[in-house]
Design a protein around this ligand. Structure first.
Ligand code: NOJ
Length: 767
């Protein structure tokens, strides 16, 4: 139920690409030609060489693989792809081995997690989704693709399009949040950004992950089982995957967990029924790392041979890192359990992609040009713009913000204010492999000092460094050790320093949240509180009566119950990337008027999770007389609703209309709404349209986002925006008929600035 884009769908990047081709860049090979060449190469391959293409080896000499480099396997033609290698010299060395020393000279596909930038690091995906502007996500991922390709990376494991309805799940930060409609828009934009109009020498392959249902992990615990009925899969969890597939994504990644008791990496329903038969996907699917051998851990496969058999039979084409295919598929072909035709079906799209990328013609990286591309200054300007555009103003009492640059004495508090490592978030080259960042991130403290100049007094109290109690495997890889918690005496000392700094200042800026390794993979939490003594520091600062601005750097909603009552201004900056500090200053001083909106419902406390606005109504509404909150101890409403975010100006929505009050099944109507800037400064509104199906064959969510647009309006300016509501928006996967469709019913329509919008109209659907 997605807008069809197709590989030839023309977006911003496509237009750029055509310009580049016009200017003399190497034109992409047509899919037909790539297909023919791949077919004829496939005919020359032995079973072992075919299985080789289905093997993605680790570029890092991992201890679980005996610490060996993949050199000898490459020469034997047994490595189709390599992941996690970012050293350009080593990439070239291995590519030379493949192209010059292997029998058929097939180049290697180098893959890496280019999640939100390469050297220039853009805001984390959850932040970019907060922009509610798919074009910025497309621009960022296009820039990242150019960087990565110049550095020898041909394939990224992005976009992550997992719906995340539970903030305890650490990987919420990597996706677009809780909503399938917003998620689909961001998924399409990312595919266009990475791949361009057609895969070619300037693109990198996108990989849509984690297929599928990973975000529904029990208790928000990363990797735990997901139980998601088919109706919820089809109507919610699969929607952004399908959108990315329709946008032409070349590859998919199977998820780690069991979906309804069948591991996703060996799940025929997901990999064959849905992906290939229903959607017609023609690319290839890679497992998540070690997920094929892990089929044994799940108790799904008897031994490695059974794991290889079950994965391939389900529709998996490439084994990431576990070498289970390498060691078992040739034998399975020999004993007739796996046919050579099955191998051919897996290998063909892998070879096609290599041809389309131009790897057969230009397999090597020009080492002399890498730094010039990666250090392009325009990337920093783009990054800063996108970072500011992604920030969400959660609270601004008494117009505390924007600040005046005339302010002379500020106290900056919090462990994240001066942390170059954290401001870029997780999934960065340096974050994964350790070492000094080559991107020189700008912290909030550095940017504030620069902005206020030498005439201002800026004191800084970091407080104790943040630390996980249990380190993740990434911490272990990068050598980050857990720190002992501060002693009572150390805590008291930090709190006294915080109070003294606040007393001496005119304003306090607290930069707090989570260290970068506290969200993302293997970073789930049972609580959502501010880690360490951050909240006590905030309380100490606020107790002085000085105005406090809380700037959050984090990858998920946190428990802000206290802060939301006692701190006058709160800005959600997420992990804003390389120029993040400068972008925070742009927003704090009003050079940029914040316009981002929450892509998730913000809970009061962790116990409300999973929490999402598009739930069904299964009992009398809690605000009906005689009823009350679903909990007796706390409101069941979010602290901040999905779609919410303030601005330095105000907006009014009016004149909500539908063009047709009554439509036929499969017909369409158009919603129009006027939005006016009613304040004194130019600002961005994000007009949002929600619908509700009143009755039919199934309970439908109380509200569903079905249209949005971010617009810039001058003071007093009004724009009337229109949004189509047709088959794509009004159909759903009906659990009774087990098919997509519209049905005779009535729909409520709301439009406004967040998911609680009250401006209302309706229309009916007749047979
Ligand atoms: C495991 C993660 O789940 C996945 O998102 C990532 O792409 C792979 N490892 C490769 O790094």
């Amino acid at each position: 139920m997605d807008m069809k884009m197709g590989r030839k769908g023309m977006g911003f990047v496509a237009a750029l690409f055509l310009l580049a081709v016009g200017a003399g860049a190497q034109a992409p090979m047509s899919h037909e030609e790539a297909h023919q060449r791949a077919e004829s190469l496939l005919k020359q391959m032995t079973v072992e060489e075919k299985v080789g293409q289905m093997n993605q080896a680790s570029g890092a000499a991992l201890p679980m693989l005996g610490g060996q480099k993949p050199d000898s396997l490459i020469v034997q033609g047994k490595v189709g792809s390599i992941l996690w290698l970012t050293d350009v010299k080593e990439i070239n060395r291995l590519q030379h081995l493949a192209v010059e020393k292997s029998r058929l000279h097939v180049p290697i596909l180098f893959a890496f997690d280019v999640i939100h930038g390469y050297r220039t690091v853009f805001p984390v995906p959850l932040a970019m989704a907060s922009s509610w502007d798919p074009s910025v996500e497309e621009q960022a991922q296009h820039f990242a693709a150019e960087d990565a390709r110049a550095a020898g990376i041909d394939w990224t494991f992005t976009p992550m399009v997992d719906i995340a309805r539970d903030a305890r799940w650490g990987r919420m930060v990597e996706g677009a949040g809780e909503d399938p409609y917003l998620g689909a828009a961001m998924a399409r934009a990312q595919v266009r950004g990475f791949q361009g109009a057609a895969i070619g020498p300037e693109s990198i392959l996108a990989c849509v992950k984690h297929f599928a249902g990973y975000g529904a992990a029990d208790g928000g615990r990363d990797y735990d089982s997901s139980y998601v009925p088919e109706e919820l899969m089809r109507n919610v969890y699969l929607v952004p995957f399908h959108a990315a597939e329709q946008a032409g994504a070349a590859t998919f990644m199977s998820a780690y967990m069991d979906l309804n008791d069948v591991p996703a990496s060996g799940n025929p329903w997901l990999l064959t029924e849905v992906l290939r038969k229903d959607w017609g996907f023609k690319g290839f699917v890679v497992s998540d790392a070690f997920a094929v051998s892990s089929l044994q851990v799940h108790g799904y496969a008897r031994d490695p041979e059974d794991a290889a058999y079950k994965a391939v039979s389900a529709g998996l084409d490439m084994d990431m890192a576990s070498e289970t295919f390498t060691h078992n598929l040739p034998g399975l072909v020999k004993n007739g359990k796996v046919s050579e035709a099955q191998l051919d079906a897996a290998v063909l799209p892998i070879l096609e992609a290599k041809y389309e990328l131009g790897l057969f013609d230009h397999p090597y990286v020009d080492e002399s040009k890498v730094d010039a591309v990666l250090d392009r200054p325009e990337g920093l300007a783009l990054e800063r713009k996108i970072a500011a555009r992604s920030m969400v103003l959660l609270k601004n009492d008494h117009a505390t913000l924007p600040l005046s640059t005339g302010i002379r004495k500020i106290a900056v508090i919090g462990p994240l204010a001066y942390s170059t490592r954290d401001i870029e978030g997780g999934w960065t080259v340096e974050g994964l492999f350790g070492g000094a960042s080559k991107s020189h991130p700008v912290t909030v403290l550095a940017a504030l000092k620069e902005r206020l100049g030498s005439g201002a007094e800026v004191s800084y109290v970091p407080g104790p460094a943040l630390s996980r109690l249990y380190p993740s495997m990434f911490d272990q890889m990068s050598g980050k050790k857990p720190l002992p918690p501060p002693t009572e005496a150390e805590k008291a000392d930090w709190l006294a320093k915080t109070k003294a700094a606040a007393e001496h200042a005119d304003l306090v800026i607290a930069v707090m949240g989570e260290a970068a390794d506290m969200s993302s993979e293997a970073a789930s939490r049972a609580t959502l509180t501010l880690p360490g003594i951050q909240e006590q520091m905030l309380e100490a600062a606020a107790s002085t009566g000085k105005p406090v601005v809380l700037v959050l750097e984090n990858g998920r909603p946190l428990n802000l119950l206290w802060a939301s009552e006692h701190v006058p201004a709160i800005l959600e900056a997420w992990y804003p990337g390389t120029e993040g500090g400068a972008a925070v200053a742009d927003v704090l001083f009003g050079e940029v008027n914040p316009g981002g909106k929450l892509p998730v419902s913000w809970p009061r406390i962790a116990g409300q999770e999973p929490l999402y606005y598009n739930h069904n109504l299964t009992h009398e509404p809690e605000d009906r007389p005689g009823f009350t909150s679903r909990y007796w101890d706390i409101s069941s409403k979010p602290l901040f609703p999905f779609g919410y975010g303030l601005s330095y100006t105000t907006f009014k929505y009016s004149d909500l209309k539908v063009s047709q009050k009554s439509i036929h099944v499969n017909g369409s109507t158009e919603v129009s709404v006027a939005v006016t800037n009613t304040g004194n400064v130019t600002g961005d509104a994000v007009a949002q349209v929600y619908i509700h199906q009143r009755y039919g064959s199934a309970s439908r969510p109380v509200r569903q986002l079905k249209g949005f647009e971010r617009v810039t309006l001058k003071p007093g300016e009004t724009r009337t925006l229109t949004f189509p509501l047709g088959q794509a928006e009004l159909s759903y996967w009906n659990p009774q008929t087990k098919a997509w469709g519209m049905e005779p019913t009535e729909f409520d329509v709301w439009a406004g600035g967040d998911s609680t919008a009250s401006l209302h109209t309706d229309f009916s659907v007749i047979q």
